[in-house]
Design a protein around this ligand. Structure first.
Ligand code: NAD
Length: 342
């Protein structure tokens, strides 16, 4: 994988919240692969439930919505990355708005603790759900640019929490001089992500459904909505590289920036790509009552291209093939009674 340029010393303590989850777990592995020797990974889940465990990393199981735990987590930290949130795909965030809103406690205590510990940089994982939903009512939407968050009309619950936590990051820089970085992720997918159980997102859910249809011989797939909804999907390797680059770019301090792919596809197209990978064609059934989120959403990458000269560029076909292979193995492992991620 490509690396970002950073002046950070290899023995500087990096703290990663939400490291038992998908992106936090991948980021932990990424920094370890870069040669960083002191990484503290934290999640509220018990260790056996972590999606990835990277050897040589200090792992702590703590609830980061509790202030004292955040203080402990950030002790001696040089950089702090907050990837912890109660979240999931549309099936989760449309049903559990209170849980999503309560993630504000995590960022509130983590940023204060990072500041008090004298950390030099703080990263916050925001989301495209922070954007004004009025701009996302048509599948043929124009891509969202960073200024489209205001006037604010974010996704109820989850999106408003992100917007408010972004504001914390902006004011900790303005008032207190803490260098903060804010990336608005657009749908991240890849190996070691949630693929079953209700929190999974569209790419993983569709891979699982195709694998299930092949395995059971019941050649049908249920699609949420009419399948015309559009989205872009970013592969996990692009996401962690982007986090590193954004965090270490002084032109981006306290400046929300899109981190997403600009390859727009409809959900029907996503199903077709997955069917091709699986070597099967399925009968499509549409569940119009299921949660579907906004009609269309894409990432405008003009700003990230201008500042970093880079954007997430793994094609959906390439990233999805790797993800499908991983989920297929998980599916078979589960069938064989082995422990799996979801
Ligand atoms: P994830 O659910 O796989 O990981 C989040 C982790 O945070 C989980 O392991 C969870 O146990 C942990 N967590 C939740 N509450 C906690 C608490 N109180 N204390 C400690 N740990 C806690 O999700 P992810 O996909 O890895 O998302 C990481 C971040 O990126 C989140 O902030 C999420 O909102 C954001 N994001 C993700 C996507 C995406 O497509 N995956 C898109 C936009 C934004």
């Amino acid at each position: 994988m490509e690396t970002a340029k950073t002046e950070l010393k290899k023995d500087a303590l990096i703290v990663i919240g939400g490291a038992g989850g998908f992106i936090g777990g991948a980021l932990t592995r990424y920094f370890r692969d870069q040669g960083f020797t002191r990484i503290r990974a934290i999640d509220k889940k018990s260790l056996p439930e972590w999606y990835q465990r990277t050897p040589g990393v200090e792992c702590l199981c703590m609830d980061l919505s509790v202030e004292d735990n955040c203080k402990r987590a950030c002790e001696d930290a040089v950089e702090v990355y907050n990837l912890a949130a109660d979240m999931g795909g549309m099936g989760f965030i449309e049903r559990f708005r209170v849980e999503c809103l309560r993630s504000i406690l995590i960022n509130t205590h983590m940023i204060e603790s990072a500041y008090r510990a004298g950390a030099t940089r703080y990263f916050f994982s925001s989301s495209a759900c922070a954007y004004n939903t009025d701009l996302q009512k048509d599948p043929n939407v124009r891509a969202l640019k960073e200024t489209d968050a205001y006037p604010a009309m974010a996704e109820r619950g989850y999106g408003w929490e992100k917007l408010m936590s972004e504001m914390f990051c902006q004011e900790y820089w303005a008032e207190r001089g803490l260098k903060t970085a804010i990336a608005r992720f657009h749908n991240v997918y890849g190996p070691f992500g949630t693929w079953d159980g209700g929190r999974e997102k569209a790419p993983a859910a569709i891979c699982r459904k195709v694998i299930e249809a092949k395995d059971t011989g019941k050649h049908e797939i249920v699609i949420w909505g009419n399948g015309d909804q559009t989205r872009s999907f970013m592969y996990i390797d692009d996401c962690v590289l982007g986090i590193d680059r954004i965090t270490h770019c002084d032109d981006l301090i306290a400046t929300p920036i899109n981190l997403g792919s600009s390859e727009l596809v409809s959900i029907n197209e996503l199903v077709s790509i997955t069917e091709k990978i699986g070597g099967i064609k399925l009968n499509r059934e549409y569940d119009l009552e299921a949660p579907q989120g906004v009609a269309g959403r894409n990432s405008d990458n003009t700003f990230i291209q201008k500042i970093l000269g880079w954007e997430p560029d793994t094609s959906l076909a390439e990233g999805l093939a790797k993800t499908y292979a991983w989920i297929e193995k998980q599916y078979m492992d589960r069938k064989a009674g082995k422990r799996t991620v979801s």
